[in-house]
Design a protein around this ligand. Sequence first.
Ligand code: PXL
Length: 279
Amino acid sequence: MKKIVTIQDISCFGKCSLTVALPIISAMGIETAVIPTAVLSTHTGGFTNYTFHDLSDDITDIANHWKSLNLHFDAIYTGYLGSASQIKIVSDFFDRFKTSDNFIVVDPVLGDHGKLYAGFTDKFVANMRKLCAKADYIMPNMTEACLLLGLPYTENYNKNFVKETLEKLSKLGCHIPILTGVRFDEKYEGAAAYDPEKDEYFFSFDKHVNRRLHGTGDIFASVFTGAITLNKSVQESLDIAVKFIADCIEATIPCADEMWYGSCFEVCLGKLIDYTKQQ
Ligand code: PXL
């Protein structure tokens, strides 16, 4: 059975990070090991007075135990990390668990809609840039891409800008950068990727549903990582992740009062299982 280890926080309430990654990757038929980086009472988007318990000290202890058990993972996938120093600890984990037959996915969770998430600093961004250099796949949204590249945030862009941004992201040192939340018009939204070795671009779009929901980046990253782990191509993995995100956002429209918690991805998991089998 394929095995992924995912390293990100537990937000006890609000749908994101581990409470999204675990059910999604499991539904795709992949064993999901976890390293929780912090425990928060809620995610930081829209809530105030949330608790934050840092688990940085546990990461190395867990890694030491796993080394003694000779554990091997097909993919190492990171999401929200709690502090600049924690990113360094995760980087050491990569050095110890990367092998010639597995790969690393870094979702450089930094911000959205042109803004850094609460509590993140320039040092955090600089360390995340270094972590991206060790990754096979990174999947920033436009806000995160601009932060990683030190560019001003823009919502007005065209296909050429997306291609140039992907090329610049690949120069951070990762193999394949993926840009999420790409939109050239009102109707369609999706993602784009670039393989610098083949000089090949990939695009995938589905209907744009005009709702801002928390945690969709985490859903995208989890589905993409699952699909690539199942040996699907970059194009197939983008297609599955983009289609599933559109399903999740659409399924959340009837739950307007709960929207700020995250998307109602749970009712779409059956579709994800079908997509995983079909392609
Ligand atoms: O969805 C990314 C994410 C994950 N975990 C926590 C967050 C966020 C985004 O705000 O606050 C705790």
